[in-house]
Design a protein around this ligand. Structure first.
Ligand SMILES: C[S@@+](CC[C@H](N)C(=O)[O-])C[C@H]1O[C@@H](n2cnc3c(N)ncnc32)[C@H](O)[C@@H]1O
Length: 454
């Protein structure tokens, strides 16, 4: 998938919207005609993820799909889906992460729609739909209808009883990013599955219940012509309230999201410290870089933008107002990163014709596989000159770097090769005031690693 498409999906995932906050009351889904959509609830399809209307042409096609007189999708694979159900299934399969579980395959229409989405949005191609049905002839028919999808590895269709399948997956530790519950309409089996879903769906994952807004759900006890028709009642009573948030009704289906687990005290305490670790790492890296760009201009822009990013992080931290500590840390981060950023802005005039005039190359000594380069540092009028000695291996556009010596104040020292991987540094004119302790000005031999770090 193109980077732009990946970025769009990242943004869409960040802006998830609830259509409603409360599920409809049982009486809201009542309708005079048992097989038609109730009018007291808004059942239109709207995206849950942050995109506009449709994900692509294939998704949009389900909004226009021909219908039977009962207003269900008229497809070569028989099923009981409405247009809004199909649109929501496609969206969830495309946008949720991880594998998909479907309880109730029938002839495979819903699996077919979800497999379409996986083919388009399945990332690395390792996401799969696991669909189960109690009825063996249904699975035979579904396998026939989904032969292509099964051959592609998008669908795994098996005979299985929903509750038992859920318990087996829980025992195996298997989790799903999206679950489509469409096996039974009766209160008992629905209740059983609802109680298990919290252990099956990943935090932040979704569950879509079909026949949720079916008018037969309105009066579970006396529901005619199917008594005990209780999808809506089972969801309301048996889904653990703290673990699921209601997200809205779409066509005949109701959508719930498994709430994110609250971060542990350790994560909450350490998260605000991450930007500080960034400042420390950046500052340390400025002084002891490991890998730099060959171009002084690109290097400068990298540091300058890095400092700016930390400043922005600090400002965000202040305005997020999570708790007093994160605000205090945000203020401190701004206080540290703002001056560093302003200071680095002043260094811009040092870059002339792509070269850093404050860091002038004065000597280069060739070793077996690397170079030793001596740079004269010039920090401006208020500072003295210095000499920085670095071992480097230039590659295309990048340079592996290790700092091996720093003389300050110092205008010039000389270096000569004294072995395959060693150099002799000397200061015959005795110009450098600060010479490393225990070394004589005539002979400081430095043994270096063959490949800079090893
Ligand atoms: C409404 S259909 C599924 C339709 C399918 N999801 C679609 O949209 O094309 C319900 C299916 O669930 C199956 N079923 C009923 N009770 C079940 C249970 N306890 N476990 C597994 N499957 C069950 C039925 O055999 C039936 O094929």
């Amino acid at each position: 998938m193109a980077i732009s498409a990946k970025l769009s999906r990242w943004f869409w995932r960040k802006s998830i919207q609830r259509k409603e906050t409360e599920p409809p009351a049982l009486t809201d889904v009542a309708s005079d005609d048992l097989y038609f959509i109730p009018t007291n609830v808004n059942l239109d399809y709207v995206p849950t993820f942050g995109f506009e209307r449709f994900l692509n042409k294939q998704h949009e096609a389900w909004a226009e799909w021909p219908l039977t007189p009962d207003r269900i999708i008229d497809h070569r694979i028989f099923g009981w889906l409405r247009r809004a159900d199909a649109l929501k299934l496609y969206e969830m399969a495309a946008m949720c992460k991880g594998d998909i579980l479907e309880l109730g395959t029938h002839q495979g229409l819903s699996s077919h729609i979800m497999a379409q989405a996986l083919r388009e949005f399945g990332d690395t191609g390792n996401r799969r739909i696991y669909t189960v049905d109690l009825d063996a002839p249904c699975i035979v028919k579904a396998r026939e209808n989904l032969a292509g999808e099964i051959a592609e590895g998008l669908v795994d269709a098996r005979v299985g009883e929903a509750g038992e399948v859920c318990r087996n997956y829980i025992a195996q530790g298997k989790r799903f990013g999206f679950i489509f519950v469409d096996h039974s309409h009766y209160y008992g089996p629905m209740r059983e599955v609802c109680q298990l879903l919290g252990q099956l769906v990943e935090p932040g994952g979704f569950v879509l219940f079909h026949d949720f807004t079916d008018p037969r759900s309105a009066f579970p006890e006396e529901g005619k012509p199917e008594p005990d028709f209780g999808v809506l009642a089972a969801c309301e009573e048996a889904l653990p309230a703290k673990e699921f948030e209601y997200f809205g009704a779409f066509g005949c289906a109701g959508l719930y999201r498994r709430t994110q687990a609250p971060p542990s005290w350790f994560v909450r305490l350490t998260r605000p410290l991450i930007p500080f670790a960034g400042v420390i790492a950046l500052t340390y890296y400025c002084a002891h870089p490991i890998l730099i760009f060959e171009s002084a201009l690109v290097n400068y822009l990298f540091w300058w933008l890095g400092c700016a990013a930390l400043l922005v992080l600090g400002i965000i931290q202040v305005f997020r107002i999570q708790n007093i500590w994160s605000t205090v840390l945000g203020i401190l981060l701004c206080l540290v990163s703002a001056p560093v950023w302003v200071l680095s802005s002043f260094l811009a005039p040092h870059i002339v014709n792509g070269k850093d005039t404050g860091y002038e190359l004065v000597q280069e000594v060739e070793l077996q596989n690397s170079l030793v380069r001596l740079y004269r540092t010039n920090g401006g009028a208020t500072t003295a000159f210095g000499i920085h000695v670095r071992q480097e291996i230039p590659t295309t556009g990048l340079v592996f770097v290790r700092s091996v010596g720093h003389f300050y104040p110092c205008y010039s020292v000389q270096a000569a090769r004294s072995g395959a991987n060693s150099i002799l540094i000397y200061d015959r004119q005795q110009e450098c005031e600060k010479w490393p302790e225990k070394q004589t000005r005539e002979s400081w031999t430095l043994a270096l690693s063959r490949f800079v770090y090893f």
